[in-house]
Design a protein around this ligand. Structure first.
Ligand code: PGA
Length: 252
């Protein structure tokens, strides 16, 4: 049985005190959702210590949105994987399309970040996904395949057992346009096949999340698909009520 995961990517939103309130709201309503759902919140770096405190005593896990490619040293403005792990993070989002697009993150950088994450006991949530031009040109399969081959294929079998993949079509992120449940299933099944080519049967255990305008109104239909194991949620994760309602979308 694969893990069911609903992860909130807060991006660069909320002030620290607002983030604490949001986390408390998630904790307060968590009991209404099946305990089979694993909730993760990923606030900005500045909020991690305070949010960790707010999550204490609950089963909601903490993640960061990024980490440095280096272990430590003279890298002004960077935050090391060891630092976020020390604050209680269990997860780190890596390779989000906004990092690839606006901050020039390449597979070479992401390989180093993945190593840092594993070296510090973190589970990466590795994001893949095509942009609109690539989808319209029918290249989406090749794009995600390359994003997996160039990074995930470098992991050891042991590391691969601690990996979450998020498929996020760039054209669906923050746009209100969601992939249809069938489109999500089609590419999730393909991703699993690409993973199986390298890691064999272990691919059946890897959670693959859908991301991109996922909300309470469409989560149930998407999560019902065989190869969709949950969601990476942006906008809708900023309201505790909506975030929890997405968790209720699990009926399988
Ligand atoms: P969205 O973002 O839910 O606001 O589309 C998802 C993401 O980028 O992780």
């Amino acid at each position: 049985m694969r893990k069911k995961i609903v992860a909130g990517n807060w991006k660069m939103n909320t002030l620290p005190a607002e983030g604490v309130e949001l986390a408390k709201g998630v904790v307060a309503g968590r009991g209404e959702v099946c305990s089979c759902v694993n909730f993760i919140v990923c606030p900005p770096f500045t909020h991690l210590a305070m949010v960790a405190e707010a999550l204490k005593g609950s089963d909601i896990e903490l993640g960061a949105q990024n980490c440095a490619a280096e272990a430590k040293g003279a890298y002004t403005g960077e935050v090391a994987a060891s630092m976020i792990a020390a604050l209680g993070c269990k997860y780190v989002i890596l390779g989000h399309s906004e990092r690839r697009q606006y901050y020039g993150e390449t597979s070479a950088t992401l390989n180093k970040k993945m190593e840092q994450a594993y070296a510090n006991g973190l589970t990466p949530i590795y994001c893949v996904g095509e942009n609109l031009d690539e989808r319209e040109a029918g290249k989406h399969f090749d794009v995600v395949k390359a994003q997996i081959e160039e990074v995930v294929y470098n992991l050891s079998e042991e590391q691969f057992k601690n990996l979450v993949i998020a498929y996020e079509p760039v054209w669906a992120i923050g746009t209100g346009k969601t992939a249809t449940a069938d489109q999500a299933q089609e590419i999730h099944a393909y991703i699993r096949k690409v993973l199986a080519e390298k890691f064999g049967a272990a691919a059946a255990e890897c959670p693959i999340l859908y991301g991109g305008s996922c909300k309470p109104a469409n989560a149930a239909e998407i999560f019902a698909k065989e190869d969709v194991d949950g969601g990476l949620i942006g906008g809708a994760a900023l309201k505790a009520e909506d975030f929890l309602a997405i968790g209720k979308g699990f009926q399988k």
